[in-house]
Design a protein around this ligand. Sequence first.
Ligand SMILES: [Fe+2]
Ligand SMILES: [Fe+2]
Length: 287
Amino acid sequence: MGEDDGALLAISDLHVRHADNRAIVEALRPESPRDWLLVAGDVGDTVAQVEWALGLLADRFARVVWAPGNHELWTSPADPVQLRGVARYEHLVDLCRRLGVLTPEDPYPVWRGPGGPALVAPLFLLYDHSWRPDGLDTPEAALAEAYRTGVVCTDEFLLQPDPYPSRAAWCADRVATTAARLAARDPALPTVLVNHFPLVREPTRILRYPIFAQWCGTEATADWHRRFAAAAVVYGHLHIPRTTWYDGVRFEEVSVGYPREWRKRSVRPGGPRRILPAPERTPPTAW
Ligand SMILES: [Fe+2]
Ligand SMILES: [Fe+2]
């Protein structure tokens, strides 16, 4: 181990409600004591699950950076913590601070290890039903079609937007404040943008149910990878782990997903994905 080792690593969708996924988290260890781990949301469904997983990882990695997924924001009947919406998010941010985990509410840290320097920006942006199939011109029409076909995200029942009137309104506010923050960053550094949801729509084109894309992101971030000089974009949520490129920018979907999903893949989930230093050759579909 030398001064030059260490890597910026990423993983998401740990879903530790499942025992087989808890075993994956228990086996997650850095290769170097300088490794950072980006955790791009959907750690668990309850505050206690999030605390268990992030606490364990924060003890092992030099730095852990978290961006919330939709599951952490569920006010699940199974959770004794019944906080809703913004209050729930702020409760999770406080928890992360106790654990020493960085959140979208903290100053963006700079990765200065191999492949750096790069500004690491965990984002919390949500979605706004703007990714709709052709012919469905409004969020209401897209939602109605989802109900008609029975493809409705559980967020409709468990992810409360309080005090915002809707998740789309919460999303619009997060997009506006986050864009202003990113615009005010030091432009000399490239960024690594970490968001639970993909920033561009293209990765959702291969969803089995295209109507589901309305719960996967927002058109408002379509140019953020260019506008904010991203060296890489990290996301999850789709449970379709892969590496793709848009406008020359590397997008890494780093999800573990549910056991019933990863058991079917040719590559079992194990270690996290390396973001920096950039892999010399990116396998197109090995994930
Ligand atoms: Fe997930
Ligand atoms: Fe998700």
